[in-house]
Ligand binder design. Structure first.
Ligand code: PBG
Length: 305
């Protein structure tokens, strides 16, 4: 009766990795229980997600070819575009979010256009806008830019409005830190930068006040939901954002946070299920309204009992 925080499958957004081909379901080594899946398999997975009362998924793409323009990102027959169409056909009530970023589609693995060894902010905005519009055309319910280029929320908002998608909301990865916790994801999405790192566009982990500035800018540019990422090592930031702004706050319980728990669980060093529920509860208690998590299906199975 007096419990202050309760979790529900409604809180979760489940990440899915879509790859090319047919009949492909390849487990990600450092993320047990998570897979790279071709469109046919990802549809099956999406049905299962919905049957567990999880309302939403977020899609990441692993294209067949990568190049210096990231052309797979805005190809109308790209992996994500095809997956969106197939999932919306099979499970129309499932809310489909797409991750908007260039890193999975660029041969060099950076989140933007590279010239003379530098990531160029402004020319990248056009590519991101094209990518967001192509996801909306495929039927995405919401787009989620994760690249951390300055000004991308406004650019994407304008492009969506211009193309007739004024009702498609934007969930922005607003306070995204340059974190080592993304390691396993980069294996999953095959998006490790081939040179340098992401520190010129992602945030410096020691900075807390700067997160509020990043969030404020994104809201001003038109973000409907703002995100803090990673979650567990940044609960203070989630709490600050929740207490400062009046828009929904999402938190991304990222790959490294998942892998740590899975590895220790396999070694028998922790009670994996209890730790999972405690971590998810703490993210919600800190103030997140929505939690993107690889634990979503497992946690939902417990919560649905
Ligand atoms: C890509 C992106 C990343 C994640 C989500 N979108 C990786 C990165 O910025 O390197 C990380 C998710 C995770 O670790 O679970 N822009």
């Amino acid at each position: 009766m007096v419990r202050e925080t309760s979790l529900s499958p409604d809180d979760f957004i489940y990440p899915l990795f879509v790859t090319f081909g047919k009949g492909v379901k390849k487990e990600i080594l450092s993320m047990p229980g998570c897979f790279q899946e071709s469109v046919d398999k990802v549809v099956k997975n999406a049905k299962e997600v919905f049957s567990l009362n999880i309302p939403s998924v977020i899609l990441f793409g692993i294209p067949e070819h990568k190049d210096e323009m990231g052309s797979g990102a805005y190809d109308e027959h790209g992996v994500v575009q095809n997956a969106v169409k197939a999932i919306k056909d099979a499970v129309p009530e499932l809310y489909v979010i797409t991750d908007v970023c260039m890193c999975e589609y660029m041969s060099h693995g950076h989140c933007g256009l590279v010239r003379n060894g530098e990531v160029e902010n402004d020319p990248t905005l056009e590519l991101l806008s094209k990518e967001a519009v192509s996801h909306a055309k495929a039927g995405a319910d919401m787009v989620a830019p994760s690249d951390m280029m300055d000004g991308r929320v406004r650019a994407i908002r304008l492009a969506l409005d211009r193309e007739g998608f004024k009702d498609i909301p934007i969930m922005s990865y607003s306070a995204k830190y340059a974190s080592a916790f993304y390691g396993p994801f980069r294996e999953a999405a095959e998006s490790t930068p081939q040179f340098g790192d992401r520190r010129s566009y992602q945030m410096d982990p020691p900075n807390r006040i700067e997160a509020l500035k990043e969030v404020a800018l994104d809201i001003e540019e038109g973000a409907d939901i703002v995100m803090v990422k990673p979650a567990l090592a940044y609960l203070d930031v989630i709490s600050d954002v929740r207490n400062t702004f009046n828009v929904p706050v999402a938190a991304y319980n990222v790959s490294g946070e998942y892998s740590l728990v899975k590895a220790a669980g396999r070694l028998g060093w922790i009670d994996e299920q209890r730790i999972m529920m405690e971590i998810l509860t703490s993210i919600k208690r800190a103030g997140a309204n929505l939690i993107l998590t690889y634990f979503a299906k497992e946690a939902a199975k417990i919560l649905n009992k």
